[in-house]
Design a binder for this molecule. Sequence first.
Ligand code: BGC
Length: 761
Amino acid sequence: MKHRTKYSVIAGLTRNPLKNVNPFLGILFLMLLLSCDKQTSDPLDKKVNDLLSQMTLEEKIGQMNQISGYGYNEDMAGQIKAGAIGSILNEVDAETVNALQKAAVEGSRLGIPILFSRDVIHGFKTIFPVPLGQAASWNPQVVENGGRVAAVEAASVGIRWTFAPMIDISRDQRWGRIVESLGEDPYLTSVLGAAMIKGFQGDSLNDPTSIAACAKHFAGYGAAEGGRDYNASIISTEQLRNTYLPPFKAAVEAGVATFMVSFNEINGIPSSGNEYLVKQILRNDWGYNGLVVSDWNSVGEMVPHGYVKDLSEAAEAAVKATVDMDMENHAFLPYLAQLVKDGKVKEADIDNAVRRILKLKFQLGLFENPYVEIKESVFYAEDHLAKAKEAAIESVILLKNENNVLPLSDKIKSIAVTGPLADAPHDQMGTWVFDGDKTHTITPLAALRAEYGSQLKINYAPGLNFSRDLDKKQFAQAVAAARASDVVLFFAGEESIFSGEAHSRADISLPGAQKELLTELAKTGKPIVLIIMAGRAIEIGKELPLVDTYLFSFHPGTMGGPALTDLIFGKAVPSGKLPVTYPKMVGQTPIYYNHKNTGRPAGDNLPTVENIPLEAGQVSLGCSSYYMDAGKDPLFPFGYGLSYTTFEYSDLKLSATELTKNDRLTVSCVVKNTGKVAGAEVVQLYIRDLVGSITRPVKELKAFDKVTLQPGEAKTVEFTLTTDALKFWNEKDREILEPGDFDLWVGTNSAEGLKSSFVLK
Ligand code: BGC
C-alpha cells in the first residue's frame, strides 16, 4: 500500500484551475485576462484585432467556412469575393490556387487571403511509407524528414495546411485507420507525432516551404467499438487521460498550429460539440489557442448521432465547444448569423474563432505573400527520393529469419519473384495518396531487375494479379518459377484500398487466394521469403511455418522497391520494430502490451483446445485470463523486430534505487553488436508501477533510443527519467504522483529485457 496522503500531489492542471483560489482574486484575475485579450501589446494580436474590428458579422462567419475546391470557377470566385470562404481544401494546382487567391486578395472587400489545405498524409508526390510504417522506424528523424519533404512539395503548389499527423492511439487491427496512426503506444506516438509536426512546420510557419500541421482526430477515434469506423468510443476518464490524450498534449507542446475534432462520440458526446474535450481540456487546461477545424461534415453528423435536432443546433453546439472552422458541413455559413441575432451564440465567441483563423494566416505570411511563386518543380527531387528510400528501409520489420535465408548469399544464382504485390505501383503507395503518381513508384520487381537483372536469373510469375484475386490459373507458372529458382520471394499483402478511412476488415488474413498460392509454393521445398505490404498487421499464424523468412514492410511508398532490394541483398540491415502488438488471430483484437493485469493473470503452459481432456471439469483449466485457442500471447510483441546481426544487453545500472519526487533517475545499459554486420537496435525502456490508487498497466514505454553498432562494438545507452514519467491520471481526473515500488526493464522489445527496480519515496 502506498502512502497516498503523504505525497500524492496534483501535478497537472485540474478541470477547474481556479477552484482553490480566493473567489475575489479569481474574478480580478479573470478581468485582467479579459482586458489583456483586448488591449494586447503583441503586434500580431494587434494586427488581428485591427482587421477584426473592420469585419461585418457575415465576413467573420465567412472566415469560419471551409469548402472543398473543384478547380477555378466563377461561382467559387464569387463566393470568395463576397467574403464567404476562409479556407479551401483540395486545390492542388498552383495556377488555380493563385487565381482563387486573387479573387480573395484583390476582389474581396478586406482582401483577406484564403488558406489552402489538403490531406498530405505521408507525402505529396514523393510518397513515404504509410504513417504506421514510419512509426516502425522508431526514428523521429525519419518521421521528421517525411513531414519536411511533404511540406516542400505541397507548399510549392500553394498548400499551406495539411491534416496530419493522425495521432489516434490505435489498438485494433480491424480498424482501417490504424494505418494512418503511429501505433498503439502513447509515448511512441507522442514522440513521433511531435517529429512529424516539426517536419511539416519547419523552423517557422512564415517560411514559404512550411505548412501548418493538424493534430487529429481529437479525440478517442481509435477506440471505435469493434474497429468499426466512426463508431462510438466508450472511454473512462482514466483511459482518456493516460492513453488517448498524451499525444495531443505533446502536439500542443510541439507547437502544432491546428487541431481537428473527431467524428466519433465519446461516452455519448460527439467531439464536434464536446465542450469538456475541446473548450475545457484543450483550451483551458492545456492553454491551446490555435485553430480547431471540424472533420468533414462532423458538425452536421451530430444530427444522425442524435445529439442535436438540426444543422442550426449543430452549428451552435460546435461554436460553443470552440470549433472554429466548418469543414464541408455547410452549417456555419447559413445559421451562425441568425444564432447570434437570437442570442444563442455570442458574437464574442465568433470573434475568438476568427482571431485564431486570422492569426494563423498572418503567421503563415499569407498577407504579405498570398501567391505561390511558380518555380521549377520540386516533385520527386533526388534528395526527396533518397529520404523516402531511407524511411522505407527503416520501416521494414524482420519478423522471422530461419536459417538466415536473408540476406541472400552470393551462392544464389536465380530468384523467383512472385505474388500480387511484387509489381503493384499503385497499391505499394498505400492509403491517403491523392497526388502521388504511380508511374514514379519503383516496385520490387523493377528494382530487382534494375540492380540484379544482369547477375541473376529473375523468374517473375505473379501467380495472382491483385490481392483479392481468387483466380488460380496462374498458380502453375508461379510454382514453375519457384522450382526453377534457388529462392522464392513472395510479395503478398493487401491492396491499398483495404485500409484507411471506412476500410475496416473483420478478417485480417491475406485476402484472395494468396494463402493457397503460398501453400503451393511451399510444396516446392524452396526457401521462401514472405514480404508483406499492408496497412495493418496481417493474420499469418497458419502460414508462418511455411516460410523461412518474414519481412513486414507496410505499404512502403514510392521507393519501396529499392529499399526492399537493399534489405534482401544485405546492402541494408533491417532495424524496424513493431509499433503495434501483432496478434495471432483477429479474435485477440484489440490487443496491446500495456494492458492491465486482471486478478487472474495467465501463467505459462496453459491447456489449449488441442490438449483439454474430453468432459474436463469446468474449473479444471485453472480459471485464468487467456484464449483457449490463441493462448495469452500475441504472435509478436510490441517493439519486436529482428536484424541480420544480434545484440546483447548487459550492465543495467540505475543511478539510485530510491527516489524522491524532485529526483532524476539515470538508467544505463551496455548494448553490444555480437554479430558480423553493422546494425541498428532500438533500445527500449519500460516501467511498471506495482501498486496504484487505480490499477496500473503491466508495462509502460518511457524512453527509447535507436543506436547503430559496428560488429563487436558496444555502447552504453543512457536514459534520464524525471518523476513526471511516473505520474498518472486517476479516476477523479487528477494527475498524481504516488510513492511506491516500480519495476524497470531495458531491452529489445516489450516482452524481453534486463530487469531492475526502484522505489519512489
Ligand atoms: C477524414 C480526415 C480528413 C478529412 C479531409 C475526413 O473524412 O476523417 O482525416 O482530414 O476527411 O479530407
